[in-house]
Design a protein around this ligand. Structure first.
Ligand SMILES: *Cc1c(COP(=O)(O)O)cnc(C)c1O
Length: 487
């Protein structure tokens, strides 16, 4: 989190948070923030895989999530290839699970399936989406701190490959349901390793005051393994930890790997059982603004290899098969959100300084992260380039909350005006996935673009969708709607 915006105005004028630099060219697209096939055409219009955003907006409306399909698939394949290459000679490769909660629909599940990644799900809904897409159940890992009996039964009946168990109740429930089906469920134990990572910093503690996992320090994790080993309908495969999100280096992974491998050694010593899989979770960071400088997936994999090898050597353990679970690092950069500007308001900050509030036709219902985590994003005018002097802006949404911010601080050309299209890069992770109907605003479509062709992979909602569950409305007869899009 980077909430350190200077409260006081500087003598030379308010310049926004310290990381925000006045751009040399306010039309330029910093490559690390944008999907690979996003660029400006000769006339200055932003295009995605050859399709101008002006065409996309005309055809699909705004707001719209636009995913650069080739970029997504390149990142997915790169992850699979990188981990294969770096861990191939060591432990027969490593498994990359795409964290479906970042963004999942049937089309994405098929991309993931075909591009060689496995899949993490954390609810019956995500599981059913993957199954409906024809995703092989044995390549799915089922997460969650409160999986219901119905969800576990659904997963067992589908043949899900791994259960990351998170409570003593779940161990009992899963063992019972598996026994009823005369099957054996493969499990990993989610361990609370006492590491909390966030961007540049991590905190290592003995205890973790949180809902996920079995406490390592409190002895619950070892007790969970004991119970699993004693249950014939469960098979212990490994240990799992997930330390946080938007992580920029490997210091936190180092501590978590150390603690997990220590537990694996304790399991061997006490129970004579080998831990054959080690899942270090996700959280690999991406760049949302020019202030972010994450390490590449390849550098991360190299460092993880060093860390895990060193820890296993220290404990005299054979190297378990490694797994990681990136969500954001696969999908984040592949998607942009296109909005239309509706109003521009100049707000006096005193002492001759001003901030311009640029309000767009979406907001916290299509991207809750700025409001929820004070997450930072960037923005560019997408429909044109401009020679106007940059001004400091805050991009706001249209919701009835003053915290409804899309971009806290950015420079845009001073002539930004109603009717302009804005593009926000890196909205692929936890944008659509966390979208809501707050203020009864319809959720936007997701449009996939590849090789000059755009198609809807999730359609936007209509007034009929909004009223479909309202018991006071006659089905299919939403007054005045005629199936129209709302915006
Ligand atoms: C959220 C989550 C992930 C993915 O996190 P990213 O920050 O998107 O990489 C992976 N594993 C688990 C268990 C998670 O809860």
């Amino acid at each position: 989190m980077r909430a350190h915006e200077a409260g006081a105005l500087h003598a030379e004028g308010y310049r926004g948070p310290t990381w925000l630099q006045l751009p040399h060219d306010v039309n330029a697209l910093t490559p690390s923030l944008w999907a690979q096939n996003v660029g400006r055409s000769g006339d200055g219009v932003l295009q995605v895989a050859g399709v101008p955003v002006t065409d996309l907006a005309a055809k699909f409306g705004t707001p719209a999530y636009v995913v650069d399909e080739a970029d997504f698939r390149w990142r997915a394949k790169e992850f699979a290839k990188t981990y294969d290459e770096i861990f191939g000679d060591l432990c027969g490769g490593a498994d990359v699970y795409y964290a479906g909660k970042a963004f999942l629909c049937t089309e994405v599940a098929r991309w993931i399936r075909d591009d060689g990644l496995n899949l993490d799900v954390c609810s019956g809904g995500e599981l059913l989406t993957a199954l409906r897409a024809g995703f092989p159940a044995e390549r799915i890992a089922f997460h969650g701190n409160n999986k219901s009996t119905a969800e576990l039964e659904l997963a067992l009946d589908a043949g899900v490959g791994r259960y990351v168990v998170d409570s003593f109740e779940e161990i009992a429930r899963l063992a019972f349901a598996a026994r009823e089906r005369a099957t054996v469920a493969d499990v990993l134990v989610r361990v609370t390793v006492g590491v909390e990572a966030h961007t540049h910093e991590f905190i290592a503690t003995a205890h973790e005051d949180q809902k996920f996992g079995f406490s390592l320090a409190g002895g619950d994790a070892l007790e969970a393994v004991r119970r699993i080993v004693g249950l014939p309908s469960l098979r212990l495969l490994g240990l799992h930890s997930h330390i946080g999100s938007q992580i920029f280096d490997t210091a936190g992974f180092e501590v978590s790997a150390h603690r997990l491998v220590g537990l694996a050694a304790a399991v061997r010593d006490e129970l004579g059982v080998a831990v054959t899989e080690l899942d270090l979770g996700g959280g690999m960071g991406i760049a949302y603004t020019e202030g972010d400088d994450p390490i590449s997936p390849k550098e991360m994999a190299d460092l993880l290899r060093d860390i895990v090898t060193r820890e296993c050597t220290a404990y005299g353990l054979a190297l378990p098969r490694l797994a990681v679970e990136p969500g954001r690092a696969v999908v984040g950069q592949s998607m942009i959100t296109v909005y239309e500007v509706g109003t521009v308001k100049k707000v006096d900050l005193g002492s001759g300084h001003a901030r311009h509030y640029v309000s767009v036709d979406g907001g916290m219902s299509d991207n809750i992260r700025p409001a929820l985590y004070h997450a930072d994003y960037s923005a560019r005018i997408a429909c044109r380039v401009s020679d106007a002097e940059p001004i400091l802006v805050r991009v706001a949404g249209k919701h009835c909350e003053s915290g409804d911010i899309v971009v806290h601080a950015e420079y845009l050309p001073g002539d930004v005006a109603a009717g302009d299209l804005l593009a926000i890069p890196a909205t692929g992770a936890y944008g659509w996935a966390m979208a809501s109907n707050y203020n009864w605003i319809a959720r936007p479509p997701v449009v996939a673009v590849r090789d000059g062709r755009a198609r809807i992979i999730v359609r936007g909602e209509t007034v009929d969708d909004l009223l479909a569950r309202d018991a006071g409305v006659t089905p299919g007869r939403a007054a005045g709607s005629e199936g129209a899009a709302v915006q």
